[in-house]
Ligand binder design. Structure first.
Ligand SMILES: [Zn+2]
Length: 145
């Protein structure tokens, strides 16, 4: 299969369902989303493009209803979009002793609703992102284990 490259930054995109795109773009743009098309998510934090299709059509950060957490300037930085839990809240839970994904879920409510397909810009579950934050915190303070 041909790789899908972002028309602006030329980095490889990740497949996203049109259903996800349709839910997250601003109301005025909803009808422009082609339900039969395959969309791709640009993973480059510095690129303004969020979604692009095979024809080079793009949807940028400002075309979405929510900030995309890993993009430059995202505020707030939601990690769990279903329960609207931010990176800051997850870090603070870790600071208060959370050591596992389960601890984070219990303390913040993150990852407990499972509406990722229509709420998360990647269309995927936030568990892996939470694991990354835990891992980063663990590396930053190894003696607290
Ligand atoms: Zn890009």
């Amino acid at each position: 299969m041909k790789k899908a490259l972002c028309p602006v930054c030329h980095s490889e995109g990740q497949n996203v369902l049109a259903l996800t795109v349709k839910h997250l773009v601003r109301e005025a743009l909803r009808d422009t989303v082609n339900e039969m098309a395959t969309y791709h998510l640009c993973l480059n934090p510095h690129c303004p493009v969020v979604y692009f299709d095979a024809f080079g059509k793009t949807l940028k950060k400002e075309d979405l209803k929510v900030p995309v957490w890993y993009k430059d300037g995202a505020s707030p930085k939601y990690i769990c979009y279903c329960s609207r839990v931010t990176e800051e809240e997850i870090r603070s839970a870790i600071h208060q002793g959370a050591k596992t994904l389960e601890d984070i879920q219990r303390m913040t409510g993150a990852g407990s609703k499972g509406s990722c397909l229509t709420e998360n810009p990647s269309g995927r579950c936030c568990h892996r992102e939470i694991a990354k934050i835990l891992e980063k915190a663990r590396r930053a303070s190894p003696q607290s284990q």
